[in-house]
Write a protein that binds this ligand. Structure first.
Ligand SMILES: [Zn+2]
Length: 205
């Protein structure tokens, strides 16, 4: 069981990847988390992350190759944040082939742009305890934190323009990768507007 979850900003990839991994009792591998973990022991990676430098496709794939050899991945895993480039998609095929494994499904999460805007631009944070709220998980009382009663304020680094650009960049970068999986008959497009739990049903082959 090897699943790849992909999707643009605010599609809730991480949440769905977690739900799916838990339901199937396999690990959720988010490559960002994996890199941060490796960086604790690997000075070269640590330095690159600290400087905000890009980790090359070959290096990140090598780390992933080692990660999926671990015992907890023997029944499969859910990937989130990888492949991010066409080269990574090709490399992933190579390492899986070496291990005699195959991708089960690639799930592309899709939401209307308007929902992505609302999910990100209307995100609010408690000024006191830092709890986050959004349109999918609003506080019980408007602008009041459920946990501590603190005041909530809009919290985002994005504007409508930067967000539109991020969505466009995702579409441009992902097209070739998605076509690659479509040709292999692995791609499933999923409506990610609501009910994250539906990912478990969608994942069934
Ligand atoms: Zn609070």
């Amino acid at each position: 069981m090897i699943y790849i979850l992909t999707g643009g900003p605010a599609t809730g990839k991480g949440t769905r990847a977690n739900i799916l991994a838990e339901a199937l009792n396999i690990p959720h591998i988010a490559t960002g988390d994996m890199l941060r973990k490796v960086a604790l022991k690997n000075a070269e990676i640590r330095e690159k992350l600290q400087k905000g430098e890009l980790i090359s496709d070959d290096v990140i794939t090598h780390l992933l190759e080692e990660r999926i050899k671990e015992d907890d991945c023997k029944n499969g895993f859910v990937l989130d944040g990888y492949p991010r480039t066409y080269r990574q998609a090709e490399l992933l095929d190579e390492i899986l082939q070496k291990q005699g494994r195959k991708i089960t499904k690639v799930m592309e999460l899709v939401i209307p742009d308007e929902l992505a805007f609302r999910r990100i631009l209307e995100r609010k944070k408690c000024g006191y305890c830092g709890a986050m709220y959004g349109i999918d998980f609003p506080p019980k009382v408007e602008d009041v934190c459920d946990k501590c009663g603190g005041h909530l304020t809009v919290r985002t680094d994005d504007t409508k323009e930067t967000l539109a650009k991020r969505i466009e960049t995702y579409r441009k970068n992902s097209r070739k990768i998605l076509d690659f999986y479509k040709e292999k008959g692995l791609l499933l497009t999923v409506d990610a507007s609501s009910n994250p739990e539906s990912v478990v049903e969608d994942a069934k082959v």
